[in-house]
Each structure stands twice: as structure tokens, then as C-alpha cells.
Design a protein around this ligand. Structure first.
Ligand SMILES: NC(=O)C1=CN([C@@H]2O[C@H](COP(=O)(O)OP(=O)(O)OC[C@H]3O[C@@H](n4cnc5c(N)ncnc54)[C@H](O)[C@@H]3O)[C@@H](O)[C@H]2O)C=CC1
Ligand SMILES: O=C(CO)COP(=O)(O)O
Length: 325
């Protein structure tokens, strides 16, 4: 199956590398001319994934039309730009493997919902899990959830993308797989705040567990299955990003925890911290389905400029409740 990749950031580049195993030809569409030149000339993405040698069978392009011969497209543009890129891309009923982790502002749509709206004839899959791009691109062991309702396509994609150090676990739960990835980015910001403000490891463990509870409540309300949320794309990714400064979302949280302003931290940032855009949309989406998400609300307050001490105090002062709720 010939693979095309939409999006030449760190993750799109790492996935192009996965798909190019055995020198399989892969076309990588990137928005930046510098990325196209550096991938084609130096076999490296110096802008977004510096220092990792890439397979020469990856050909980068700035022309969406060059993806026309792909049999499946990996869609790896950040969630807030997904719509504009998918409108312009030559999809023509080809399977779309959605790899961004976020919820669209304004519409509150999950990435698969945006994709189905724009291209109702293109089958949808979601690839998600604990996957720092630089580790995947270097061939370090990684496992992901590959969710697709069509069993035949799911197996074909899982086989095509799997490799000796890249395990793909199939699932039919598309909504569950994408919700885990979108929500964990917001929770990773919260864990970064705990680190930046020096609140300790007990607080971080509590946030991971209570954050997972709210991820599950929201995920189930939006049609996901609890076992998917407890798997690689939910809990697995939550644990990864809540425990490493390599996470852009976690590192944004560290800055907030140190008392820096979100606008300052987000200005001049070339790389994406999806959780900052997702947090307010997630708060609205949770309200719309009547789900309580206190950690998400706290992250929104911090992004809006509320002082850390005040946000932590109000989080801890909420009425006591049963853990199972
Ligand atoms: N980097 C990672 O380790 C992983 C990232 N992801 C997800 O993959 C998605 C892409 O992230 P990365 O590749 O890390 O991005 P990145 O931070 O490496 O690069 C930024 C990307 O945003 C694109 N971009 C910026 N402005 C744009 C615009 N106006 N229109 C279209 N594209 C624009 C850039 O072209 C570039 O591809 C995100 O949803 C992220 O959550 C998922 C798993 C791992
Ligand atoms: O999604 C990721 C790892 O699975 C990457 O996390 P960050 O976007 O926070 O760096």
C-alpha cells in the first residue's frame, strides 16, 4: 500500500520514516519550503526533527497534488489546521489515517468528525498512542492503537505500518482512540504545572489518576469505550506525556507553574502544544454533554491568566466526593 503523509512536522516526519521501512516509497507533503529542501537534499527534517537521519525513499513535496498516487494518506497536521488542509488535499475516497490529537475550536468536532464531514466517502482510521516522534523516528520500541471500523482496512493498515519496533494494536473504537489523545494533552499541561510549581510527586500521581477519570467520563459520553481509554491511546499516552519534559504540553505547563504567562510561552513557538488550543474547546464540549472536568477547567483558568496558587486552592477546596464518580 503506497503511503502519502500530510504534514511535515515532527510526527508526520517520524511516521513517514515508519512507512518507508524497507525503502518503500513515501511522499511527504510539508508546508514549509525549508522542510521540503532539507528532507530531499539532506534526508533530515532540520526544522522539526533535527538530528535524525531519514530514509532516502521519503520524497518531500510542497504540492498537495503530488499525493495523488498514494493509496492511503496519513493526516498529521495539527487539529486546528486539519480542516483547511483536508479541503485542499486530493482525497478522492482514499483511506485517511488521522494522527493529530485535538478537538476543533468552534465546531467542537473530533478529528474523525471533521474528516467525515469533508470527505464522507473516505474511510477513516485513527493512529494514536504514547509516541514521542524522535523516539519513533530513531526506531525505538513503540506501540500504538490503530482504530478503524472496517476490519479489513484496519488489518491492512496495521500490517502495512507495523515493524520490528513498531507494534500496531487494532481497535474498532475510533472515537475512544482519538478522545484519549486529545484529552491527555490538556492533562499533560496540568502535570507540567505541578512540576513547575514544585507541588510534588503525590500531586502529579493524583492528577494522572483523577485526570484519567475525567478523560473516561468524557470519552464514554462522546461514544468511546472505557477499555480503549484504558489502553495505549488513553492511559498509555497520558502516562508518557505527564511524566516527561520532552512533551511540549508538559513543558508549557512547567512554564505556567513557574508563573509565566501563557501568551508569552506560546509566542514565537514553532512547534505545536495542542493542549493549549484543545483545553477551552474541551471545557465547552464537556459542558455540552454534562460531564464534570475539573482538571480541564483548572488548565483553562491558568491559560487565561489565573494565578497558580488560586487555581490549585480552588481545585483542592471542591466538595469531597466518592472516587468512583
Ligand atoms: N511530535 C510528537 O511527538 C507527536 C505529535 N502528535 C500530534 O501530531 C500533530 C502534529 O504535530 P507535530 O508533527 O509534532 O507538529 P510540530 O510541532 O513538529 O510542527 C508544527 C506543524 O504545524 C504545521 N502548521 C503550522 N501552521 C500551520 C498552518 N497554518 N496550516 C497547516 N499546518 C500548519 C507545520 O507545518 C508543522 O507541520 C499534533 O496534533 C500532535 O499532537 C502525535 C503524536 C506524537
Ligand atoms: O503526543 C505525544 C506523545 O504521544 C507528544 O506529546 P506533546 O505534543 O506534548 O509533545
Amino acid at each position: 500500500m503506497r503511503i502519502g503523509v500530510l504534514g511535515g512536522g515532527a510526527w508526520g516526519t517520524a511516521l513517514a520514516q515508519v512507512a518507508a521501512r524497507g525503502d518503500a516509497p513515501v511522499t511527504l507533503w510539508a508546508r514549509e519550503d525549508d522542510v521540503v529542501a532539507s528532507v530531499n537534499d539532506a534526508h533530515e527534517n532540520r526544522l522539526f526533527l533535527p538530528g535524525v537521519p531519514l530514509s532516502p525513499s521519503i520524497r518531500a513535496t510542497g504540492e498537495l497534488a503530488d499525493l495523488d498516487d498514494a493509496e492511503a494518506l496519513l493526516v498529521v497536521v495539527p487539529a486546528q489546521f486539519l480542516r483547511s488542509v483536508l479541503v485542499a488535499a486530493p482525497v478522492a475516497g482514499r483511506p485517511l489515517v488521522l494522527c493529530a490529537k485535538g478537538i476543533e475550536a468552534g465546531t467542537r468536532k473530533l478529528v474523525a468528525e471533521v474528516s467525515r464531514e469533508l470527505h464522507p466517502d473516505a474511510p477513516v482510521a485513527v493512529l494514536s498512542g504514547p509516541t514521542f516522534a524522535h523516539e519513533v523516528a530513531k526506531g525505538l520500541p513503540t506501540a500504538v492503537t490503530l482504530a478503524c471500523e472496517d476490519e479489513g482496512l484496519r488489518e491492512a493498515l496495521a500490517e502495512r505500518l507495523a515493524g520490528p519496533a513498531f507494534r500496531t494494536y487494532g481497535s474498532s473504537d475510533v472515537a475512544g482512540a482519538e478522545i484519549g489523545g486529545a484529552v491527555k494533552n490538556v492533562l499533560a499541561i496540568a502535570c507540567g504545572v505541578v512540576e513547575g510549581a514544585g507541588l510534588g510527586l503525590n500531586a502529579r500521581a493524583a492528577l494522572i489518576a483523577r485526570g484519567f477519570a475525567e478523560m473516561t467520563r468524557f470519552g464514554v459520553a462522546r461514544g468511546g469505550r472505557p477499555e480503549t481509554l484504558a489502553g495505549l491511546s488513553g492511559l498509555g499516552d497520558l502516562v508518557l506525556t505527564c511524566s516527561s519534559i520532552n512533551s511540549r504540553n508538559f513543558s508549557l505547563g512547567v512554564g505556567l507553574g513557574q508563573g509565566k504567562a501563557a501568551v508569552e510561552l506560546l509566542a514565537d513557538r514553532r512547534t505545536v502544544a495542542e493542549g493549549a488550543a484543545t483545553a477551552p474547546v474541551l471545557r465547552e464540549a464537556a459542558q455540552a454533554v454534562g460531564v464534570d472536568m475539573p482538571v480541564t477547567a483548572a488548565v483553562c483558568a491558568l491559560l487565561e491568566g489565573a494565578p497558580v496558587e488560586q487555581v490549585v486552592r480552588s481545585l483542592l477546596a471542591r466538595p469531597l466526593r466518592e472516587e468512583a464518580h
